[in-house]
Design a protein around this ligand. Structure first.
Ligand SMILES: [Zn+2]
Length: 297
């Protein structure tokens, strides 16, 4: 397929689902014009980029870590690091959203803080395998690097650079909002979630990456990790349907040590000397320990 065709296909896809979007500046509805831009009723205009994403934020952030962080994350994902998580998420969706699938002819899912898009793409694949085909997925992230990587790899999903505090979506558009190991904005999630929709949030549990934490934090006297505050904030905003803890060991090999270190914010505080030291240690495995929260309004 030529580049021009891909672009046209994406513009067509956005046009079909233009009702999802509202202007991040003035909150007015938007429509697709001339097959290349979303235009609001106050004439704010957002062009579809060459590689097929929308830039719907007043700002974006870019750090020197981004590119390596996202390519490392994708490598870990493609080697199965998050497979049990994505499977558990798709099972939770089937459990709590099945009535919605039966009621509605088309469903909309949003990954808020999608990074390089691998979770959303893998979850969508799993849902398709389970027979859920009439759905449209949207991924948003403030990092342009993440969204560019997502748009290049997964052309059939809608990707946008957007700010959680000003989600560029109309009210009650999404049947599922995912928020995976990423910051939240519950006021915005509540606004864009449909009446019977579900919010699915994944947070680290006590032993998440404990082997790495041990390496980094042994010198510092850090208090034990607790996610009590995150859980109680979630419950302040949503009726909790389930809280499932998922713990597994991911077997490492020498090739995966570097991407593992690069994808985790734990490593950002490390000095160059720490970094060198840790890279030379070959951990046999790392623990993945997560809590999957599912709630509705
Ligand atoms: Zn506007």
């Amino acid at each position: 397929m030529s580049k021009w065709n891909k672009h046209e296909m994406k513009a067509d896809l956005i046009g079909k689902h233009q009702h999802l979007f509202r202007c991040p500046l003035c909150s007015q509805p938007m429509r697709m014009v001339e097959g290349k831009s979303l235009l609001c009723t106050n004439q704010h205009c957002y062009d579809l980029s060459k590689c097929g994403y929308l830039h719907l934020a007043a700002r974006s952030y870019k750090t020197k870590y981004d590119k390596q962080l996202f390519s490392s994350r994708r490598m870990m994902c493609n080697n199965g690091f998050f497979d049990p998580l994505n499977e558990a998420i798709s099972s939770t969706i089937m459990k709590f959203m099945k009535p919605l699938f039966d009621q509605k002819s088309h469903l909309y899912l949003l990954d808020a803080g999608c990074g390089e898009g691998t979770h959303l793409s893998h979850i969508q694949d799993k849902l398709t395998w389970k027979g859920i085909t009439e759905l449209t997925s949207v991924g948003m992230d403030l990092s342009k690097e993440g969204i560019v990587a997502a748009a290049k790899e997964y052309p059939h999903t809608l990707w946008c650079v957007a700010d959680l505090a000003h989600c560029p979506f109309s009210n009650q558009q999404f049947d599922g909002v995912f928020n995976i190991l990423s910051p939240s904005n519950y006021a915005e999630f509540t606004r864009i979630l449909s009446e019977d929709g579900c919010v699915l949030k994944v947070i680290p549990e006590q032993y998440y990456l404990r082997e790495l934490r041990c390496l980094y934090e042994q010198k510092k006297n850090k208090p034990a990790y607790s996610n009590d505050n995150i859980l109680s904030r979630f419950k302040d905003h949503f009726k909790l349907l389930s809280a499932e803890r998922l713990t597994y060991r991911f077997m490492l090999n020498a090739d995966l040590m570097k991407p593992l270190l690069h994808m985790t914010p734990l490593s950002w505080g490390a000095t160059e000397a720490d970094w060198q030291q840790v890279q030379e240690i070959n951990l046999p495995y790392v623990t993945v320990d997560l809590l999957i929260l599912c709630g509705k309004k």
